[in-house]
Design a protein. Structure first.
Lengths: 109, 114
């Protein structure tokens, strides 16, 4: 993959509300889509990933959806909590990972 | 703690100089990846090594080089440094060579070129 667009660049939501981050990609060969969370001053950590043979995956309050036809995938966080505040990166992979530019999510108590 | 270690944590140097960043992967991991993260930028993939061999290459400048040693630790060499090379450099490791493997990131080396 060569190009991943991630939106929005910043997002503020009230605690308890949902947050959605979207990414689009251009390489139709891409078949792996991970999401990483990076807290301030810390390393990126994988929070969820999805492969191209499924359309949705959930892990507690986090879900990822994939639309291969439209070449976009989204991260959904429900019942947001203050500790969800971080920068989130999407990535798409075919032979290597290409990362989006990140979304700074702020949860307002 | 991911189990991936990087040294040094911070590095301050001058333009034109050369530095070496070191990464030790998690125990048992064979792949090492290097990334550059500039201020307010995403993660730019530089290069991947698997079991001592170069596996994939990203947007790595010719002034940069890397290698993976028999004990699987890796070094990223940055030469003829420019102001724009100031960034956070992460390495990550995974158990196998595939890009679909979960990558575990180290704490990063913050490089400042003055």
């Amino acid at each position: 993959g060569e190009n991943v667009e991630q939106h929005p660049s910043t997002l503020s939501v009230q605690e308890g509300d949902s947050a959605v981050i979207k990414c689009t990609y251009s390489d139709s060969a891409s078949n792996y889509f991970p999401w990483y969370k990076q807290e301030l001053g810390k390393r990126p950590q994988l929070i969820i990933d999805i492969r191209s043979n499924v359309g949705e995956k959930k892990d507690q309050r986090i879900a990822v959806t994939l639309n291969k036809t439209a070449k976009h995938f989204s991260l959904h966080i429900t019942e947001t909590q203050p500790e969800d505040s971080a920068v989130y990166f999407c990535a798409e992979g075919y032979e290597k990972l290409t990362f989006g530019t990140g979304t700074r999510l702020t949860i307002i108590p | 703690d991911s189990g991936v270690t990087q040294t040094p944590k911070h590095l301050i140097t001058a333009t034109g100089q050369r530095v070496t960043l070191r990464c030790s992967p998690r125990s048992g991991d064979l792949s090492v990846y290097w990334y550059q993260q500039s201020l307010d930028q995403g993660l730019q993939f530089l290069i991947q090594y698997y079991n001592g061999e170069e596996r994939a290459k990203g947007n790595i400048l010719e002034r940069f080089s890397a290698q993976q040693f028999p004990d699987l630790h890796s070094e990223l060499n940055l030469s003829s440094l420019e102001l724009g090379d100031s960034a956070l450099y992460f390495c990550a490791s995974s158990s196998l060579s595939g890009y679909q493997e979960t990558q575990y990131f180290g704490p990063g080396t913050r490089l400042l070129v003055l």
